[in-house]
Design a protein around this ligand. Sequence first.
Ligand SMILES: C[S@@+](CC[C@H](N)C(=O)[O-])C[C@H]1O[C@@H](n2cnc3c(N)ncnc32)[C@H](O)[C@@H]1O
Length: 235
Amino acid sequence: MSGSDRSSSPEFNPLAFDEGLTPLPEYKAAGTTALDFSGLLDEPLKLHEDLTSGCGGQLWPAGLVLAKHMLRYHRDELKHSRILELGAGGGIVGLTVAKGCGTLDVPLMMTDQEEMESLMQHNITLNGLEDRVQGRILDWGEPLSQEVVDLKPDTILAADCVYFEPAFPLLMQTLKDLLALNPSATVYFCFKKRRRADMQFLKTARKNFTLTEVNDEDRPIFSREGLFLYTFTSK
Ligand SMILES: C[S@@+](CC[C@H](N)C(=O)[O-])C[C@H]1O[C@@H](n2cnc3c(N)ncnc32)[C@H](O)[C@@H]1O
């Protein structure tokens, strides 16, 4: 990544995480996974994983936790929500929500950097969700597009977006912009602690937003793995 390219995601390089408490997922060959979240989805979600476009090209643990949480606890209300996903990667969370909720009043906007656009689109099509999900580019730290402003999301999903320290202020800025755009919005934020700096992100978030640790019957399992699930709302 060049120093001036502020919003690029890092290359997939486990060695870059030198303080790692937990290693990143193993490098996997491209392939398609089917997921039904212990029967919560009637028909499995198909997810093509391919790391050639960036680290978001494979499933991350917080994505699995957040997708299952949203299905299990929020399925009904989400049908009527205006949903935006940040750092969607291949789309595990957004696609699970769209598949599990059935018809949505407004298409869900799944976003990531340009490199991930084709994988997002591929997975939307693979699951026949073109009418419920839009794949869009949203670089953290950049001003929100008119399309996002018009959507005025009330539900923001972010899974495993805390993993690269130089991007923390950019992600924080985007979260601030989204909560300023809609002060009654809720951010569902799930991440895995890999380094001490990750908790610094949470500390800064606590200064800017109201943080609530979210109940989930799987919490004892995922917290043992260093995974955290919060909502962020306006103070
Ligand atoms: C670790 S992956 C998580 C992917 C997915 N949410 C999941 O849980 O499987 C983080 C994602 O954040 C995206 N990302 C990183 N930096 C970004 C930035 N500055 N702006 C927008 N997206 C970014 C990456 O492209 C990547 O897809």
